[in-house]
Design a protein around this ligand. Sequence first.
Ligand SMILES: N[C@@H](CCC(=O)N[C@@H](CS)C(=O)NCC(=O)O)C(=O)O
Length: 281
Amino acid sequence: MAEKGVKVFGMWASPMVIRVEWALRLKGVAYEYIDEDLGNKSDALLRYNPVTKKVPVLVHDGEPIAESAIIVEYIDEVWKDGYTIMPADPYERAQARFWAKYADEKCNAAIFPVFTATGEAQSKVVHEAQQCLKTLEKALEGKKFFGGDAFGYLDIVVGWYAHWLPIIEEVSGVSIVTEEELPLMKAWFDQILAVDVVKETLPPRDNTSRKTLIYTGSRAQGQGALVPVGNTNRYQRFPPTAGNLPESLPRQRIEVLGFLEGFRDIGLFHIASMHQKRVWV
Ligand SMILES: N[C@@H](CCC(=O)N[C@@H](CS)C(=O)NCC(=O)O)C(=O)O
């Protein structure tokens, strides 16, 4: 007989995994969380998700379900009582799914290059990310959450922006979600960060432990590097072709994204997943 209960295979810094945790917690569903080393995936993960081999995977009574947005919908359908995640109205549901797809396909793709671009190219990338978010922001007009008065499906899908975009801005030295450019989204960030399930689950942002080394891709790929200045919040940008990466850096790690101590508060896992590189922790 299949094992009873709910398991989530995840990775602590994943914005996709956190969607599933938020949905389960909103429903009050108890679950076991299994943190994966994505550089060395467990046999269980590969067995449960042999197609994409990615997290999150929800295993419900022994049956695996992959793809975070699909899992969130599944959770809403299976645990019908209590908190409602999907909009009740079919038109509103279709709209929420449309914007979720738009955010995942367009906005995420526009945001991640902010890490790797420099100079004029970076200003252009920031502008493009802002344009995408402005389009998304229209779905917030006159509302507290994308879901209206309550934190709902689309908030779950894009809620990670509230935590990670300010980190991306800080590490990349740019401003994306500003009062001037994206006032509704900025106000929504505050709403999201005040939601209990969000507060319970986001990784900490601890200013004291920033000894992180972040390599935004390899030099060979021409993407340069961001290296923290001592134990501070400041980062020094090394241009793509620079032979001037600090001597202290292990050479083999120049070809990868390296996260050392303090990784948790920076959480640039996304760079790693973008480049499909091994992550050292
Ligand atoms: N569309 C997928 C994306 C999942 C995804 O990209 N997961 C990343 C972590 S955020 C992953 O497992 N990366 C490991 C890999 O690509 O091998 C979803 O929403 O579930």
